[in-house]
Design a protein around this ligand. Structure first.
Ligand SMILES: O=P(O)(O)OC[C@H]1O[C@@H](O)[C@H](O)[C@@H](O)[C@@H]1O
Length: 247
């Protein structure tokens, strides 16, 4: 093991963003809840079963591209909506319309509250850079670049595969491994020499499916067991633990 808490033959770090680098997973979860609860209330009346920002988010939405998250959660409630189109207004009950509503809420919340990077993750990425490891961000978010810039950490990463890049390159999102594989490829490092850092179950599965050299589960939502079941080699509450710092 290196001083970064990784096997000796790891040459690259592939970091998820929301919940791993930035404190934004909870912002997404809150925006999803507002979007889905409003939709379900209108569809099913006051006795609707609300979206659970912990369990439903972790199981059906976390880590996935926006439209996949809409489809996946609605399918869990036996609901299928027309796809609609990317410019659907936020009040249209289509997959794209609900996604647009959720995105408007996320952007508003980020604007109001700002974005905070996890200090332990920043120290870790800096230590990886100092040790000569290659570094990429692999996020399903189409807002990835703006969030990295707002958090002031954009320059720590050499490669970014985000929701926009995935769409352009026709890469299926997490839990498929393709976005992580593209990042490793762009860094010039084989997957078995790259470590994946993820807080989402969909991201864990992507790490396992891509046969990456090491998968770090970042436990931000009290789901250590689930992270291990979905493929984590090690689970930490904060990346600083891998540097040997106290949590
Ligand atoms: O809606 P965006 O910003 O493109 O993000 C898509 C998804 O990106 C992932 O990183 C988040 O875990 C999800 O909650 C989010 O929905």
């Amino acid at each position: 093991m290196t001083t970064l808490g990784l096997p000796d033959d790891i040459h690259a770090c592939l970091f998820d963003m929301d919940g791993v680098l930035t404190r934004t997973a909870t912002v997404h979860a809150a925006a999803w809840k507002e979007t889905f609860d409003d939709f379900l209330r209108r569809r099913e009346g006051p006795d609707f079963r609300p979206f659970d920002a912990h369990d439903d988010y972790d199981r059906y939405v976390d880590g996935m591209p926006r439209a996949d998250g809409v489809r996946s959660f609605l399918a869990s409630r036996g609901i299928e909506l027309p796809e609609g189109s990317g410019d659907d207004p936020p009040d249209r009950d289509t997959v794209q319309g609900l996604g647009n509503r959720k995105n408007a809420l996320v952007l508003r919340k980020i604007e109001e509250m700002g974005v905070e990077a996890f200090p332990g993750s920043v120290r870790y990425a800096e230590a990886a850079r100092a040790a000569g490891l290659r570094r990429a961000v692999v996020s399903s978010s189409a807002n990835c670049h703006a969030v990295l810039v707002a958090a002031g950490i954009d320059d720590l990463f050499e490669v970014r595969i985000d929701g926009l890049a995935a769409a352009e390159r026709h890469l299926p999102g997490k839990p498929h491994p393709d976005t992580f594989l593209a990042a490793a490829h762009d860094l010039g490092v084989p997957p078995d020499r790259a470590a994946v850092f993820e807080d989402a179950l969909a991201g864990m599965e992507a790490g396992r499916a891509g046969k990456f050299g090491f998968v770090v589960g970042v436990n931000r939502a009290d789901q250590e067991e689930a992270l291990r079941r979905h493929g984590a080699d090690v689970v930490v509450d904060d990346l600083a633990e891998l540097l040997g710092e106290a949590p």
